[in-house]
Design a protein around this ligand. Sequence first.
Ligand code: DAH
Length: 330
Amino acid sequence: MLEQFEKTGKDALAELQQVGDLSALEQYRIKYLSRKGQVTQMLSQIGRFSPEQRPAAGQLANKVKNEVTDAFERLKTSLLQAERQKTKEFLDVTLPGITPAMGKRHIITQTISELLEIFGRMGFSIAYGPEVEDEWHNFVALNIGPEHPARDPLDNFYIDDNLLLRTQTSTIQIRVMEETKPPIRVVAPGRVYRPDTVDATHMYMFYQLEALVVDEGISMVDMKTTIDQFIHAFLGKDAKWRFRPSFFPFTEPSAEVDLLLADKTGKEGWVEMGGCGMVDPNVFDAVGIGSEKYTGWAFGFGIERLAMRKYGITDIRLFFENDLRFLEQF
Ligand code: DAH
């Protein structure tokens, strides 16, 4: 009987060599490996052996079954693969390729580069600061006292008692003055965060460009000239802007800069672009620069608003929606 088992195994393996396609393989499976198949049947014959022979018979039957099953599975895999290969599409190497989509820099990034370039030509260097700031750099050193409404937790994204997302790039003025002795002439671009209600001209996050000049004998004339030259370099000689008296705790005197901007309907109106002024002596005191010897001016402008004026964009939300139909235009 044991010889019979061995023979069945040998026959089965030999016959598998003759199988050349999937339908022949199915016939083979029925003959040997189905419930009534010859190999499967060996296992049900084990009970006929004497108790002494039974273990050897069981071992042999299982070995034969495993060998045949393994060989069967291997052939099945390769036949299936061959089948798939046959139906695979023919590769036409003469077809034109797929052009990879070319990325480009975001319109804000382009605008920042252009602004830095203009100020670079005027002799400004570039500074950066962290977006997560402490109260010292965002408020205290900028002469914004504890009772000032700007420090209201509802008007800021606080992280803990001392840390918040910076609300203005003026923080970088402080960081620069803490590290550098005058003469100072820097511009600092960056994101700022405020829990504002979003509309066509407001976002909870936007970009500012800060400027700071500190030296002996610096006056408001230097500030006005620089702003005027910058606006005309960036927006063309026909761009109209104006000073409007204002107040900021860190400048004295202070002004706001308005740009003449068209809205969706084409109607022109003055839109605030940012603030500026002569650096307040209290700020110099906070960073240890002698206000007897030095004077300075600073501004902080909204970068989106500058880009909106330049490119005729009438809604700030467009910058951040990542709609390629919008972004690809620039
Ligand atoms: N930091 C002010 C703001 O975010 C803008 C500003 C005003 C910046 C006056 C300045 C400045 O540098 O001198 O509204």
